[in-house]
Design a protein. Structure first.
Length: 347
């Protein structure tokens, strides 16, 4: 296999969250598929948002200084935690009898064990190994920044493991969506701000919520796609509880709320106006909302990647969050480089 073929395969995996249909697959490619690396951008945005918020405060007020090395290490840590989380979900859903060859998880992409790619022991060892590495990063950051880092990290570990693992199995009891909201919002964005500055003001935790809603909309879309099989297995996700019609409307609200909440953050003076570049994602939002207004097709359209079926709604939500999150991050970066102070009379 040539390096060009490897890079092409890895690129396709990152774009489709699936194994390439025609290109050969190496070990790196298999682990990119198994860890579901295509969705790592959501985590990268969370971490980068936290660091850029800190950088903007440092640039405009001088109230804090940035520990850049610690901030970068924190972002590496949350990406590794995301990888571990995805493997943990596969492990416990498989051992708990949820993931089978006929369940949605094994249909839209290769399951690490059910596909025969790795053994159950290997899956367990890798997820434990990633968690241990994250534990070492946590200890280093706690030594560097302070013990509050441990609180954020352990809270994230609890939500990661017990999203599917007994005895809590949060996903089964309508708490999985809240789990994701807290993890990708206050814990990741707030946590990286904490690591970068050594402080964690309340406004940062509140500011994390609009982006957290977008990430939650991705999980919400996936759970809408799985309403029928999850209902049969007694897995009461929020979409199962609400029913498909109300769940689709709810997810539309989650995606829409991102924009007015972001505008309110600017009007409150928490961040500069460049962050409103995220509004350039509104045409994509509109196209996604139209999809949510229509019934899911009985079979994938010709243009749809058949290997991702039977998932449908989740892909559109992810396309929106990936663009809106990227634009929001770029806006925060410009806020740091070219700070603009709006003449707001109440500030």
């Amino acid at each position: 296999m040539t390096m060009r073929e490897r890079l092409s395969a890895w690129t396709e995996i990152m774009q489709t969250a699936n194994a390439p249909a025609e290109l050969p697959l190496d070990t790196v490619g298999k682990w990119l598929v198994m860890t579901r690396a295509a969705v790592f951008p959501m985590t990268l945005w969370s971490g980068t948002i936290g660091v850029l918020l800190a950088a903007e405060v440092a640039r405009t007020t001088g109230a804090v200084s940035i520990n850049w090395a610690a901030a970068v290490l924190a972002i590496v840590g949350i990406v590794l935690a995301h990888a571990a989380n995805n493997l943990i979900n596969d492990y416990f859903d498989m051992t708990g009898g949820v993931d089978t060859e006929g369940y949605v998880r094994a249909l839209y992409a290769p399951h690490p064990v059910l596909s025969g790619w790795v053994t159950k022991a290997t899956l367990r060892n890798v997820m434990v190994g990633l968690t241990v590495v994250d534990g070492l990063i946590m200890l280093a950051l706690a030594y560097w920044v302070g013990p509050l880092v441990v609180v954020f990290a352990l809270a994230g570990l609890f939500l990661s493991v017990f999203y599917v693992a007994p005895p809590f199995s949060l996903k089964r009891h309508g708490l999985g969506e809240l789990d994701v909201f807290l993890t990708w919002g206050p814990l990741m964005i707030g946590g990286t701000y904490l690591v970068a500055t050594g402080t964690i003001p309340v406004w940062v935790l509140i500011f994390s919520m609009p982006y957290a809603l977008l990430v939650t909309s991705v999980l919400f879309g996936k759970h809408i796609d799985k309403i029928v099989p999850d209902t049969a297995l007694g897995i009461r996700t929020v979409p199962v509880i609400l029913g498909e019609h109300l769940a689709r409307r709810t997810n539309q609200v989650l995606m829409i709320l991102f924009y007015p909440l972001l505008l309110l953050a600017v009007l409150a003076g928490w961040v500069g106006p460049w962050v409103l570049l995220a509004f350039l994602a509104l045409p994509t939002l509109w196209s996604v909302l139209k999809v949510y207004n229509q019934p899911k097709p009985d079979a994938p359209p010709a243009w749809y990647p058949a290997r991702g079926w039977p998932l449908w709604f989740v892909g559109f939500a992810f396309r929106h969050v990936r663009l809106a999150g990227a634009l929001m991050t770029v806006g925060l970066l410009i806020n740091v480089i070219v700070p603009v102070k709006l003449p707001l009379p109440w500030l």
